[in-house]
Design a binder for this molecule. Sequence first.
Ligand code: ADP
Ligand code: MG
Length: 747
Amino acid sequence: MSFTNRKDKKRLTETKITIMATFRLAAFQKLLERKPLDVTREADLTSDFYGKLVFGRSKMKKYLSKESYKAVCDAIDNGTTINRKVADGVATGMKAWALENGATHYTHWFQPLTDGTAEKHDAFIDHNELGGVVEGFSGKLLAQQEPDASSFPNGGLRQTFEARGYTAWDVSSPAFIVGTTLCIPTIFISYTGEALDYKAPLLKSLAAVDKAAVDVCQYFDKNVTKVQANLGWEQEYFLIDEALFQARPDLALTGRTLMGHSSSKDQQLDDHYFGSIPERVSKFMIDLENEAYKLGIPVKTRHNEVAPNQFELAPIYEECNLANDHNQLTMDLLNRVARHHGFRCLLHEKPFAGINGSGKHNNWSLSTNTGVVLYAPGKNPKGNMQFLTFVLNALMALYKHQDLLRASILTASNSHRLGANEAPPAIISAFLGTEVNKMLDLIEQNVSDKKMTPEEKTSLKLNIGRIPEILLDNTDRNRTSPFAFTGNRFEFRAVGSSANCASAMIALNTAVAKQLIEFKTEVDSLIAGGIKKDEAIFQVLKKYIEICKPIRFDGNGYSNEWVIEAEKRGLTNITSVPESLKGYLKNTSKELFIEMGIFDEKELEGRVEVEYEKFMKKIQIEARVLGDLALNHIVPTAVKYQTQLLENVKGLKEVFGDEFKTLAGNRLDIIREISEHVTFIKNKVNEMVEARKLANKIEDEVEKAFAYDKEVRPFLEEIRYHIDKLELIVDDELWPLPKYRELLFNR
Ligand code: ADP
Ligand code: MG
């Protein structure tokens, strides 16, 4: 480019002034040109294309031999193993179906201990005798693979000399096609059999709770032979325009804004919550649902959430393992479909300070093969006894394993939510609502009293029997509780939006399984002592009501009073991630996992080490990004603006002489203020780098995580404070990063 005339030269100077903000301006330019995409649904009726890309039962029936079909159904329903011959048959049928649907590749799809899923595609090709290829796929390839995959976090479980990891087919979750790839859900384990993923232990925990719950159900109904855990997740997320996202390196690299002054208007007016969905977003949602339905994900609910640009979707609940696969897939879809629409989807728990973050409520329940949801109050006294049995055992599990459950959900990103007054606190407690509390109080007051007459017992049962009607009209909700009873399920509300639900579900299902076993042992021993079954159950429940009382809290979980009260009750309150992770290694947790056969000690320790490492690395990355942005973006911008002010003041002095001081007025203060902030930022960044260097020298992963938590993390807030102050002072035209008001109000 050459500049020949004065006009062009002037333009060049202007360009130089705004060069810092080029990214931000260009982002805006793009935004103005953005139009909602036209989307077409696969078919008018959802039922016409639902599950189109899933190798579910109807497809299996069509593509498999009778014997193979029966064997697979048996494996899904009853956990029987599939032999090599059947696997070959399934592989052939699956391949035929996949090729007909445009697949060229297949992959074992698994969930390593990272924030996402993993896949390594192989083409369906084998050599033929003529030097060409044929489409091939065998039972062996379907059932097991060795993807190497040695770079996934494993917490020392895989030494380099035996770094092999294996994936093995999870028959209970159907294969599906994404793009041109057939995806086979698998577990991921080491050569020596240790789980390296979320799915393997989840499946074990589901089997454990199935068995323990069936045994307890036998007290009430001999026809119960299977109990499944259900999961209905509610996924919250933000959508940000792609161009603005790209102009925010912190969002791109850490998933959250590490700086940014709050917008004068954000969620104060509650005008986004449940508001009419913006057109561009609505098109995105339709597209997303279209893709989800093809994959057999029963998404049902969509709405605007509390924070501007925050949204939620929820499916109909499903069996826990399948539901979790579907959540993982949905997170992937959210990311991919968002990009088609010029958005970026933020799954981070706290992308923006000062406004609501995102959670992922895990609605959890148990249901039987006889069609009973065990957390729905029964229609008769017997049903209600069963209901109370399961409620109380869940409460006992929560009470005994509060630290473990917290450890299962508290991560670097989720820690911004918990304990802040917008999400469940870091104190684990359960909300039950007036009616269930009333039932428990009734039992507590009466049942141990041996003098209770048969009439009284009947009336107690009848009282309980009346509950369903009242519960149907259940408006009794508590948004501040981490574990809330909501009519036919518990809602574990503390889970983070970016989490793999399995982490929480493994802890919960295992804890409940062990608790149910203990319950049965206690009841059986009373029965053996000559006490009648109903009475024995009542007695144990009565005891449980007393024991787990501290975990029951229906009040405001955000209040300071609750913090004080919880401490009196002996409940723990932990907001530090490294501290909370210790919950995994407590004796009670170790015993729980080992006894229930979910993890052995080595596996558990390896897994926790991964969590410590993950936490440390996330803080490390944030510290690096903040340091870079502070020094490369913020300080130079502030200095540039300060120079402009100084030029102005100098000019005033030249023209007006001594009068300049009055004329320059507060500009002199601003110049000083900028210097103060800049000096502070520079010093703090240096100190943060030194703190990081020290922490990096620590070899022990746990100690290192603690050092990052205590010595590095506090700098993030301190530095940010000064950057945000500068954002308010510096000329908007120079500011390089899109501001909160821009990120949150463009869609
Ligand atoms: P809300 O926001 O009112 O809590 P949503 O409709 O957004 O409710 O989500 C509730 C979730 O709970 C859905 O996924 C729903 O299918 C699920 N759910 C309903 N009943 C059960 C149950 N018995 N067990 C597990 N999940 C359930
Ligand atoms: Mg909801």
